[in-house]
Write a protein that binds this ligand. Sequence first.
Ligand code: GDP
Ligand code: MN
Length: 361
Amino acid sequence: MKFLEHEAKLVFADNGIPVPHGVLIRSADELAGHLDTLPFEFVLKAQVDVGGRGKAGGILMADKKNGVATARDLFGTTIKGVPVREILAEERLEILHEYFASIAVDRSTKEALILFTEEGGVDIETLARERPSAIRRASVSLLMTEIPPFMLRDLIGKAPKEAGKILQSLYTVFRRKDAVLAEINPLVTTPSGIFAADAKLIVDDNALKRQGISQNRDLTEREREAEKHGFSYVELIGNIGVIGNGAGLTMATLDLIDFFDGKAANFLDVGGGADQERVKHAVQLVAGVPSVRVIIVNLLGGITRCDEVARGIIDAGISQEVIVRLAGTNEEEGKCLLMEKGYRMLDSMEQAVRAAVEAVR
Ligand code: GDP
Ligand code: MN
């Protein structure tokens, strides 16, 4: 789950990383009440989860005279389609130099990949493409509680030694927060010291419980609904809805759709022993995706009973066609129920998937 800048800055500050003084506001009027805690000149930073926010107009310079009006303007805009609901009003920094510091999970080595460059700022992707050697990198085993000092010195190069301390603290944040990414871009030097001018923190979704985060805000409304029912559910971009039981069977269904040149709209694993109600919820959930034109239900009856599944499908009463492949416990009974209602049933999953792909052509 992604933290917004102001949330990430709180975490960074708690771990000894200097951040600019600022206040979070939810309306322009709220800013008026905080003006005496801010210096004459400050910046207004839209708290939206989009990259390149500065370039997209999400960061405005302001002062005590025009601040409230500027905040009002910013609250009225959308940044890359995202409405501005919160603004971080922060002391304006007199930036002397911008650095870039980042720690991410390297999935190939299963280690922390640390990046640092003296050429920070907004366009790190361009730098990485055009002059990759300008970005120094090091890998650290996550079993290490600290970045070894020699590695730290190599990483920061000629940057002030405070940058090394900050990088070390960033590594502490990274480990403590079960992060997949902790990043400061830019890390800036100013006449009054060094600061994390921006902050990015993404916590591993699998660690949310351990981190005491009860709700993953990054989920779509439908993904949240699926979580409530205990379905494993992932949204994709195609038009064929997919319901299966067991991750293996559901994945195999996706693979077959791809094999026949179709595009799956989602992955929904109802889990073991799904009864009528569960199947009904699953079918309705998938049918609610606007792009879904046909649904394939591919279920294997073990503890799951095919007649329950059939009743659930019928009960869902959706408008799209449902193509069914059922095998196992109470198969005949399930098939009879569906047959009576005119559902298309196919004996093998190859046939069923092919039929679904053809149905959307
Ligand atoms: P991003 O576009 O979402 O990455 O937003 P950042 O917070 O990184 O800001 C983008 C750029 O705006 C920075 O690289 C700075 O050049 C500039 N910026 C941000 N805050 C300040 C500030 O307090 N003073 C000055 N002079 N520039 C700032
Ligand atoms: Mn930034």
